[in-house]
Design a protein around this ligand. Structure first.
Ligand code: ATP
Ligand code: MG
Length: 325
């Protein structure tokens, strides 16, 4: 099976990114083809600061490797190291209907907020389609918010194949993990960088990490009062790290009363520290080896590029453009 996914270097990864997407990358990395890229071209629609983009991109690579992405199995690369992807974007753009893009929510949401969208944001799903189609990807592990964009990709692939009468592109499928498709943030809404409700996977110090967890919003019930676990963001997040026995025990403590939200948050902090502890250590090691990380990205790009050139040639040939040997 050919697996592919991309993640934007627009800030530090949060629990939504990890449980919705990165966890799947790692689970699927021993497939015949597992390509994961850092979507720096996409990030340009929001990050317009040279040093910031470079820093986020480097951090994204180190974070993914620290969390268990194994470059011996998976191919990790920067999107912008594969220039073929922008060429394929143009070929796809020539047959993308405007209404298809007008209904995409990244653009629609921005417009609804009265913000000016630029052409990059509007055509973002076409670049994403090129990212997926250029590697003959079959499965795309993502969170729920990306399912619509994979549908657009399928539409474009189908349209191209029909117009040119050839099976140039493989139709990919989204892979969403039901339980973690939409991880809530510290306020109970979908965890999202743009909502300011994220818990980052990596924090500068355990103290800052703890402070973030203590900031999760709860209602104002006193310690003595019984509480409803299912309507509490702390409990919902604790599900990500707990066994079913641990969860039952925690739920019973909520319902019995006598447990304050501070205790529930301490529980969450302890579980999260256990879970991510090894990644924190790995990260501290990798931070000392930027050269090694760069080598991994370049080797990944060289490998991905071979595949991208093959598929792009197929597409150019189908349209009647010359093929470069
Ligand atoms: P955010 O949504 O906070 O702005 P992001 O969208 O910038 O994060 P992307 O690079 O667009 O990050 O997404 C990376 C992956 O993380 C995507 O597959 C996306 O579906 C997934 N993802 C993002 N937020 C969540 C969430 N709250 N729950 C589950 N998956 C998520
Ligand atoms: Mg997103």
């Amino acid at each position: 099976m050919k697996v592919l996914s991309g993640i934007q270097p627009t800030g530090r990864f949060h629990w939504g990114n990890y449980f919705g997407a990165i966890q799947q990358y790692i689970a699927l990395q021993d497939n015949e083809q597992a390509f994961y890229f850092i979507a720096d071209f996409h990030a340009l629609t929001t990050v317009r600061d040279r040093d910031l983009l470079k820093g986020f991109t480097q951090d994204a690579a180190i974070d993914l490797l620290s969390l268990g992405l194994n470059p011996e199995q998976a191919t990790l690369f920067r999107q912008s190291d594969i220039p073929e992807v922008t060429e394929l974007t143009w070929l796809l753009m020539t047959l993308t209907q405007m209404h298809l893009l007008e209904k995409c929510h990244a653009y629609k949401d921005k417009k609804a907020k009265g913000l000016a969208a630029d052409a990059g944001l509007f055509t973002y799903p076409v670049l994403m389609a090129a990212d997926i189609l250029i590697y003959d990807s079959e499965v795309v592990p993502v969170g729920l918010d990306q399912v619509q964009h994979i549908e657009v990709t399928r539409d474009l692939a189908q349209r191209f194949n029909t117009i040119y009468g050839r099976e140039v592109f493989v139709l990919p499928e989204a892979r969403v993990l039901e339980t973690t498709a939409k991880v809530p943030g510290t306020d109970g809404d979908k965890m999202s960088k743009s909502y300011g409700n994220i818990i980052e996977v990596f924090h500068p110090t355990p103290k800052k990490f703890r402070k973030k967890i203590m900031s999760i919003k709860t209602d104002s019930k006193t310690v003595e009062e019984p509480k409803d676990p299912e309507s509490c963001a702390v409990y919902t997040l604790a599900k990500l790290f707990s066994t079913s026995e641990q969860l039952e025990e925690l739920a019973a403590r909520y319902r019995a009363g006598g447990m304050g939200y501070g205790d529930a948050k301490q529980y969450l902090y302890d579980r999260a520290m256990d879970y991510f502890g090894p990644a924190f250590e790995k990260r501290a090691e990798l931070e000392q080896k930027p050269g090694e990380v760069e080598d991994i990205l370049q080797a990944g790009a060289a490998k991905a590029r071979v595949k991208a050139q093959e598929v792009l040639s197929r597409a150019r040939d189908a349209c009647g453009l010359a093929i470069h040997k």
